[in-house]
Design a protein. Structure first.
Length: 120
């Protein structure tokens, strides 16, 4: 089995828009990639957390979500952006909208998250 995905964005100095699609239980690769960002031009971070419902997330994965939450709060403060979390209505998509506060509690509490419905 291959190791975790690693994405180094440090050389992308003019980077403005980031889109992450979560297709595995772990979100650690998103956190790791965001930690490499050096661009001062970041205007938008969008995450598609498909299938990330709390009842399906292991405790270790919850910790990864908390780490991502803290990092997104830092990005919100340092880049004046509100990360966008996309959800799909149907196929439990509405549940995802309701669960964002448990996956990203600090971001939600501070009002720094932008929930948006994704097109099918």
């Amino acid at each position: 089995m291959p190791g975790p995905l690693s994405l180094d964005l440090s050389k992308a100095t003019k980077l403005k828009y980031l889109v992450f699609v979560r297709m595995e239980p772990s979100v650690q690769w998103i956190t790791t990639a965001l930690q490499t960002v050096k661009s001062k031009n970041i205007q938008d971070i969008t995450i598609y957390p498909f299938g990330a419902l709390p009842e399906t997330i292991e405790e270790a994965d919850y910790q990864e979500w908390r780490d991502l939450d803290r990092l997104l709060v830092q990005f919100g403060a340092s880049h004046s952006i509100r990360p966008r979390i996309m959800y799909v209505v149907g196929m439990r998509g509405k549940d995802m909208r309701n669960y964002v506060s448990s996956l990203l509690p600090e971001l939600t509490r501070r009002g720094l998250v932008n929930l948006a419905e994704a097109a099918d």
